[in-house]
Each structure stands twice: as structure tokens, then as C-alpha cells.
Design a protein around this ligand. Structure first.
Ligand code: ADP
Ligand code: MG
Length: 714
């Protein structure tokens, strides 16, 4: 492929533009290799003019940046401790502020009265006086050119994500040089789209985001760059979607009197209408010559697994195999058991569902590998061990991924490569995904939703136990637990930590509840005498975890004290109570998932969310949100709002995080939707981007970055 010469400007190595020392420091600190990498290191914020003048009104506990002159300097030794204290007073003509440095008396050589500089730090109050302790600063040195000094006085000052070795000012200076050296930059966003939305050219946007003359300039620049980011991301996803659909695969059709028909005939319930709808979508997809790529979202217990098994049976009818990928060994084990239970003894014997995980003993592992490669086993269930080189299939027709958020695009891709022809892919998730997130993270998938739960669920009641206000209610929690057990039911107690930990300095509130400490407490609790109480957590060997889960499912254990290993998929109908300790330490969707472990059978579920968080805190708001509704979609939206920022995309969801710089999924839904529509137009008319070389280059850069990111993690 020949690249437009213009788009190469961003691919120039940093080392050929900056001095080697700075280039290497940037690579070490942020992984920047090219000019394009560096230029997309955008300022985190800009110091505003207003902050610079009103020294007297500086808010405490806030990070401020101030341009001011050094007024006076004094040094004294401290009274109680060894060492010296350097006190510097700065002024901007309207007010003054004290800076303090401990044991850094050398600074008096540079902080001499009359020097002007920019000072940044957190304002603290000491003896009723505002001060900055150990601020970052940069002095305008005498030889700095007049233009720069003038800029400092009027232009917004960019502040960059920085490290101790590479300060924001170093970065700013390097940025100035990089921009001076920058050749022509072609626009990844086609002209007509830019015109429609009133966007700047890419080059202009890069200049203004780093060196704005006023606030409106950086705001416009960021708007352009944010859209560009969304546009390139959507173009990449839609191109991938197009690519996945461009290879033919084997259609998978059930046969009369085959496995699927026998399964349906024996199913003890009828599918809900949502299930029927989604089952129809899946059946159509896999009966086609283009590979399916479908995400099915539905609450825990909404009946996704049944649909996945039906798809596996249609594949088996056509002579193929299916692989089910689970996030943990516990879940893989549980999936295998529930598949065997659903299939019943005859179909199980014929289809030979097999488990393949990292911890299988060698002999069993050999047997499982053989069954997989020979095609004898039509259903292979496993963890990421299935991705390993040793595993191969006879005819892999379908990949089912359970709980997508632990498996990224890269893992799906690795498994896809194990099939001769591209397999159909079905992704299941119990985490409801807001539309904008689905578009961003799963833009290459079609989405089906199961909204209704099968009838006959008794429901779940949720309560917050607010220990900050009602410390004594903790006794009531264990009392209630003992009452529930007295009815012959079982319970989970979930803790954020495994081991107790000493409270460390700077910790807020008491240390997190731990499995070890709570297990000990409950075993000794008078209300729970004679109950079987066991601990389950990720550090146990997997056969031990498996044994415990099985014993719990069989009713031999009354209470499981656990970490979130029990989060997903665990299915014990007799478990009716879920107690989450320090619930504020969990995310909204995690709490919702945990709650979904109970109330699954005919028994009403009870979920107690125990927290020490104060009533206005963010943690408490999350807990309150979960207690207030059972609707997972509502919660997903609330969650997105509570997070404000873009950590919606876990890095292993798609590798997308590294490439999302200005785009915030929580906030930029409209931008994403526009970008998807407009990028769709380009992909439809020019799927290889042959007539859009700059877009092709931007997509390639994005993939490179993702790849680097992925390699760094493995
Ligand atoms: P999910 O995978 O979405 O959590 P499952 O497929 O495991 O849900 O279903 C949860 C439970 O409900 C299983 O015991 C399953 O057999 C049962 N189930 C599924 N669909 C129905 C239905 N339409 N009517 C009654 N029970 C159902
Ligand atoms: Mg399931």
C-alpha cells in the first residue's frame, strides 16, 4: 500500500525530531515512538487566566497554577526536627502566597527575588495561612525569547500528564519543537464530513490543542480531535465488521430428528418470547454463509445459556464442534455441569461435553485434547487455556464467549484462528451495556437483548445497611442470616479482600472486610453455631474451589464466605441470601451481578449491602443505586453517570482504552453516534479505504498502538 506522503508526517520517528535524550524519556514514560504518538499526548488541563491573579481567593485543597514573581526568600532551621525550611513568598501584584520547601536549600540559588515563573501545586492551609508545599515551578529564564514570555503572560498554559523525570514544562518545550518540525498532515476525516460538522483541519487542531492563544482555540481543537478519535475508532470497527463478513463459512443447520430437535422436545419449559426472538436471530445467523458475530445481553437467569446450547446443537447437527470460553475455572466447571444437566444423559453421552482448563492433570488433559482434535467431543468448555497452541479442533463451527468483559477482541481473534473457516461467534453477557458503550467496545458485533426473565422467579429484595449511621445494625445482619439458614436455605457473604490487612496511613475508614477474618468471626458467632461455613477465594487451588462449589450446590455447606469469584454464573437455587460487606468497594455492575446469585429458584432472594461509606460519598451512591432498582439497564446508565470519566472501558475489553484520549463514552454518546453514521458511509462505499489514505493510515496507527499495548501486557 502506498501512503499519501502527507500522512507520513505523523509516522516520523521522534528521535529524528527531538534530541535523543528527550525522545528516549518520552518513550520510557509514555511509550511514544513517533511524532504522531507524541502529538496525541494532549494537555490534561489548561491554567486559566483567572487563576493567576486572585491569589487571595485561592481555594484550599485545589491544584492551582500561578504566574507570579518571587518577592522574598528566607531560610531557617527547624525547631523540632533536623533540617532546614526554605520559605519563598511570591506575588502577582495583587496578593502574595508562601511556598515552602524542606531540606532543599539549594533552591534559593534559583528562586531569587525578582524572578518570574509559573508555580503549580495544591493549596494547603497552615496556621491559617495559604501555602504551596513543594510546588512544581518553572522560572522564565533570562534568555527565553520575548515571544515566549509574552505567551506566558496571556495564553492558556497547557498542563500535561507528566512524570517526575519529565515535567509538564519539558513536555511543553518538546511539543513546541515537534510542532515546528511537523510537515503536512492529511486529514483522516474526509473533507465533506469536516465541512458538515464545522471541524478544523487535523493539523490546525493539533497546533491549537497544544499552543492555544485563548480558551476558545483549545476548545475548538479538542472538539475536532474528539470527533476524529471517534471517527477513526468507528471506521476501524466497521471495517473489522466488514472484514469478518467477507469470508464465507459453513452454514450450520439443524437436521430433522437431530440433536436440536431431540433437545427441544425434552426441554421442560417453553422459551420466553424474548428467548424465542433471540433464538431466531441466532439460528438465522448460523444458517448463513457469513459468520455470525453476535452479542446476547440479558440479566443473570434470563436464559442465555439455553440459547447457547441450542446453537451448539445446531452446529453438532451439521457435524461441527463448539467451544465455550469462560472467564474462570470455577465457571468453566459450572458451565460444563449445567450443559450436561440440560442435555440429559443420552445427548451428553453422544456429544461428550469436555472440559479443558490449565489445571487438568496431564492424563486428563491429554484425553481432552484428543477428544477435541478428533471431533469426538462436540462441545469443549474451557478457560483461556483453550487459546493455547496445544489445543486444536476437528471442525470448530461455533465459539461461545461467556461474560465478554473478560475477553477482549484479541482473545476472540486467537480462538477464531483455530478454525479452518471463520467460526460463528456468540458472546454472552449479563452486564447490560449502554448503547454508546456497545457501539464503542463491541462495534464489530450485532446485539440481541433478552429483557424479560422467565416467569416463576420470586424476586429479590435489596437493602442498604448503612453502618456509618447505624453501627449496631451489623448484629442484625448476622441475626437475619441465622434466620434464613433456619429455613433450610443457604447464603453467600462476599468480602472485598482475602486477608485482613493492617490499616495503612492515608487509608480512609477501617480496612476492608476480609474472607479470612469474616470466616473466623462467623464460625464463632453464637447465632451460627453448628452451621457449616467455608471460605472460597481465588487463591485456593482450582480443584478445591470446584469441590467447595459442588458441596455448596449439594447443600452440604450453609454459608460461603467468598470474594467475587462467585460473581458470575454460579447457580444454586437454594441460595437465597447475599450479604456484601463493604459494598461501596465494589462497582455497580459487580454488585448487581452478585445480587443475581440469589433469588434464582422459586425462593425469594434477599440482598444486604453493608457499607461504612458516608451517605453523600460516591461509594454510597453506587450502593444506593443498586438497592434502588433491579433493572440492569437502568443501573448501567446510572453507573455511567456516576463514573463521569472514561474508565468504562477496561483495558482488556478491547484494547480501546489506550486509543481513547479525549473521547468519554459516558459523555460523548452523540459524538460517537455521529461518528458511527458518518464512518459507516465511508466503509460502505470504500471498505478498503483505498480512496481515503489518511483514514487508512490513522486506522493502522490505532491498530499498531493496540498491538503494542497488547504485547506490553503479555
Ligand atoms: P443465564 O445463562 O442467562 O444466566 P440460564 O440459561 O442459565 O440463564 O437460565 C437460568 C435458569 O433458568 C436455568 O436453570 C434454566 O434452565 C432456566 N430457564 C431458562 N429459560 C427458561 C424459561 N423460558 N422458563 C423457565 N426456566 C428457564
Ligand atoms: Mg449462564
Amino acid at each position: 500500500m502506498t501512503l499519501d506522503s502527507d500522512s507520513d508526517a505523523l509516522d516520523v520517528r521522534l528521535r529524528s525530531v527531538l534530541d535523543p535524550k528527550t525522545a528516549d524519556a518520552l518513550k520510557r514514560a509514555f511509550g511514544h515512538e513517533t511524532l504522531g504518538d507524541f502529538l496525541s499526548h494532549y494537555p490534561r488541563r489548561y491554567a486559566r487566566r483567572g487563576e493567576l491573579t486572585v491569589l487571595a481567593d485561592l481555594p484550599t485543597d485545589e491544584n492551582v497554577t500561578i504566574v507570579a514573581d518571587v518577592a522574598s526568600v528566607s531560610e531557617r532551621s527547624m525547631q523540632k526536627r533536623r533540617g532546614s525550611l526554605l520559605e519563598v513568598t511570591i506575588t502577582d501584584g495583587t496578593g502574595s502566597l508562601k511556598l515552602t520547601f524542606f531540606n532543599q536549600s539549594w533552591r534559593k540559588n534559583e528562586l531569587v527575588p525578582g524572578k518570574r515563573g509559573v508555580f503549580a501545586g495544591k493549596v494547603t492551609l497552615y496556621r491559617n495561612e495559604r501555602q504551596l508545599t513543594h510546588p512544581e515551578y518553572k522560572l522564565f529564564d533570562d534568555e527565553a525569547d520575548a515571544e515566549e514570555i509574552a505567551r506566558w503572560a496571556t495564553a492558556p498554559i497547557p498542563f500535561y500528564p507528566a512524570t517526575a523525570a519529565l515535567t509538564s514544562w519539558n513536555i511543553e518545550k518538546a511539543m513546541r519543537i515537534a510542532l515546528q518540525q511537523l510537515g503536512g498532515v492529511a486529514d483522516p476525516v474526509p473533507d465533506e464530513v469536516r465541512a458538515e460538522l464545522g471541524l478544523l483541519s487535523h493539523r490546525r487542531a493539533l497546533e491549537l490543542v497544544h499552543r492555544p492563544d485563548d480558551d476558545s482555540e483549545w476548545a475548538r481543537a479538542r472538539r475536532t480531535l474528539r470527533f476524529t478519535e471517534a471517527f477513526v475508532l468507528q471506521a476501524a470497527l466497521l471495517q473489522e465488521r466488514h472484514r469478518l463478513r467477507s469470508h464465507m463459512t459453513a452454514p450450520r443447520l439443524p437436521v430433522p430428528g437431530g440433536y436440536l430437535e431431540r433437545f427441544d422436545a425434552a426441554l421442560p419449559f417453553t422459551l420466553t418470547s424474548d428467548q424465542q426472538q433471540v433464538a431466531g436471530e441466532i439460528a438465522n445467523d448460523i444458517a448463513a454463509v457469513l459468520p455470525m458475530n453476535r452479542l446476547v445481553q440479558g440479566e443473570v437467569g434470563s436464559g442465555k445459556t439455553v440459547l447457547a446450547v441450542r446453537a451448539m446443537l445446531a452446529v453438532a447437527d451439521s457435524g461441527g464442534q463448539s467451544a465455550l470460553l469462560a472467564p474462570t475455572e470455577v465457571l468453566a466447571g459450572q458451565h460444563l455441569r449445567s450443559i450436561v444437566a440440560l442435555l440429559g444423559p443420552d445427548l451428553s453421552a453422544e456429544l461428550m461435553p469436555t472440559i479443558l482448563t490449565g489445571s487438568l492433570p496431564t492424563a486428563e488433559r491429554k484425553r481432552a485434547l484428543l477428544r477435541s482434535v478428533s471431533g469426538q467431543s462436540r462441545i469443549v468448555v474451557g478457560t483461556h487455556a483453550l487459546l493455547g497452541d496445544a489445543v486444536s479442533f476437528y471442525d470448530l463451527g461455533l465459539i461461545v464467549v461467556d461474560e465478554q468483559h473478560r475477553f477482549g477482541v484479541d482473545q476472540r481473534e486467537a480462538l477464531r484462528l483455530k478454525a479452518e473457516q471463520p467460526p460463528h461467534v456468540l458472546v454472552l453477557t449479563a452486564t447490560p451495556i449502554p448503547r454508546t458503550v456497545a457501539m464503542t467496545v463491541f462495534g464489530d458485533l450485532d446485539v440481541s437483548t433478552i429483557a424479560e426473565l422467565p416467569a416463576g422467579r420470586a424476586g429479590i429484595e435489596s437493602f442498604v445497611v448503612p453502618l456509618a449511621e447505624k453501627p449496631l445494625w451489623v448484629n442484625r445482619v448476622w441475626q437475619r442470616l441465622s434466620e434464613e439458614l433456619a429455613l433450610g436455605r443457604q447464603a453467600f457473604v462476599v468480602c472485598p479482600a482475602i486477608e485482613p490487612r493492617e490499616a495503612a496511613e492515608g487509608d480512609e475508614g477501617p480496612p476492608a472486610a476480609s474472607v479470612v477474618a469474616v470466616l473466623d468471626e462467623l464460625r464463632r458467632h453464637p447465632a451460627l453455631t453448628g452451621r457449616s461455613i467455608e471460605a472460597l477465594h481465588g487463591r485456593l487451588p482450582s480443584d478445591e474451589k470446584d469441590r467447595l462449589m459442588r458441596a455448596f450446590a449439594a447443600g452440604e455447606i450453609d454459608v460461603l464466605v467468598a470474594t467475587t469469584v462467585i460473581e458470575v454464573g454460579v447457580d444454586v437455587p437454594n441460595a437465597s441470601m447475599m450479604i456484601v460487606l463493604d459494598a461501596d468497594r465494589f462497582g455497580v455492575s459487580q454488585l448487581h451481578q452478585l445480587r443475581g446469585r440469589v433469588g434464582r429458584g422459586g425462593l425469594p432472594g434477599l440482598c444486604l449491602l453493608v457499607t461504612h461509606a458516608e451517605s453523600e460519598s460516591l461509594g454510597r451512591q453506587r450502593v444506593d443505586a443498586v438497592a434502588s432498582t433491579l433493572d440492569g439497564f437502568e443501573l448501567a446508565e446510572a453507573d455511567l453517570e456516576l463514573r463521569h470519566e472514561g474508565d468504562v472501558l477496561g483495558s482488556n475489553q478491547s484494547g480501546a482504552r489506550s486509543s481513547l484520549k479525549l473521547l468519554r463514552v459516558a459523555r460523548d454518546g452523540d459524538v460517537i453516534a455521529d461518528a458511527r453514521r458518518l464512518a459507516g458511509g465511508v466503509v460502505d462505499s470504500d471498505p478498503a479505504f483505498a480512496r481515503h489514505p489518511a483514514l487508512a493510515a490513522a486506522v493502522r496507527r490505532r491498530l499498531d498502538e493496540r498491538e503494542r499495548d497488547f504485547l506490553n501486557k503479555t
